[in-house]
Design a protein around this ligand. Sequence first.
Ligand code: BGC
Length: 518
Amino acid sequence: MRLSRCGISNSFISAGSSGTKNYPEKLTFRVFITCLVAAFGGLIFGYDLGISGGVTSMDPFLNKFFPEVYEKENNVKASDNQYCKFDSQTLFTSSLYLAALVASVLASTVTRVFGRRITMISGGVLFLAGAGLNAFAEHVWMLIVGRMLLGFGIGCANQSVPIYVSEVAPYKYRGALNMMFQLAITIGIFVANVLNYIFAKMENGEGWRYSLGFAGVPAIMIIIGAIFLPDSPSSLIERGLDEKAKNELIKIRGTTDIEEEFGDLVAARESSKAVKHPWTSLLNRQYRPQLTFAIAIPFFQQLTGMNVIVFYAPVLFKTIGFGATASLMFAMITGGCNAIATLVSIFTVDKFGRRTLFLEGGIQMFICQIVITIAIACKFGLDGNPRILPKWYAIVVVCGICMYVAGFAWSWGPLRWLVPSEIFPLEVRSAAQSINVSVNMIFTFAIAQIFTAMLCHMKFGLFIFFACFVIVMSTFIYKFLPETKGVPIEEMHVVWQTHPYWKKFVKPDDVRPISDEC
Ligand code: BGC
């Protein structure tokens, strides 16, 4: 064990090699509260994901801030190319993701130096400010600055909340708690869809203000929640507050039998001190699988095309030929499918495993994408001129989209957060997590930015484009992702060492990091 040469404690060495942990596993009330706060973090992200598409399909909003877009949409004749009528103005939706990308990188330092709570509170405050600015916006700059504040808030929350939860959660419940984060995202999206539907009907044309302003509610929830939360033991230890950490560990575990876990946390701090440059260490051969998945999983998740539905469902339904109210209603239905199907995943992931859900979800999404493509091709052909089709056409489109959303929601939706959180070893966890979140934000931004142009140029082939990626990502999972179900995090190295491909990179000697100073 190479670290022993560098004076790392025995408890740490045995932690990495024994695999038989004896940590307390009770789910106490204190831990349960942390789940709720995690859920608030997911809610602000989800609410924002869900609100922008609906708001940009509200005519009074478009007319006030983007009159040229409003003109273009409303002057489209039935004979014009329908694929291109929305090809403009996406900065409103996508500006947020660049801000979130910057914030998640900056927040990693705040999280480390000042603790997770401060980052959560800052996230809530920034998000609240953004919601206020958007709700009272009179000019486009107020909208964009407001969205950037929301983005900063999301970046802070996404950086700190998942870390906080995995630090305080008893290991037995880590999987379920992790998926609750995605569940909260989907609930946020759904609530946003419902509110858009309600507020779009307001006769004074100011409904968009309410849709945007309601973002303040989850922000206040996260601020209040985080104010009352204790700091996590790991964070306290990281900042040298060992006694306080010990007391906190006793409280959240509901027992005084915490010596083994406490020892491992202290040892983990020593280990992360020994690895001075986690970013460069991550490039070491032994971390090749983790680095690969840190990039590939969020990249592929965005290439499923799910955010086309999340952001643009109302626009898409309008393009396909539904009226404005019906489009918002169908967006709401797809939002409901997303949340319910995520629940299915929570209850099945530890039974059927990650690979099964990934592969089943992939096949389901692929079939639905083909159905949606055929339906859009029948309606608009290559020229984009709508044809009159019977009623069953609308039913096929809505069912196809709902089945597609469900396929995503019990596979790439929650597994995108769960799998990385299980496979990153402690010494490179924060660096790998930053890459993971950043790749997510970059591609969320890219899809939001170019979707309407893609629809205009690729026409009904848009969904074929995403379907091809679904084949690639499913093959990738089939060949390269080992099953991680039921494997303790500290034993995860075994799955790489026994994998036909990754065993070339991860050797039994690599179980513990080589300190930069050794
Ligand atoms: C993704 C989002 C997506 C959402 C849909 C999340 O895991 O990161 O980009 O909109 O799932 O439920």
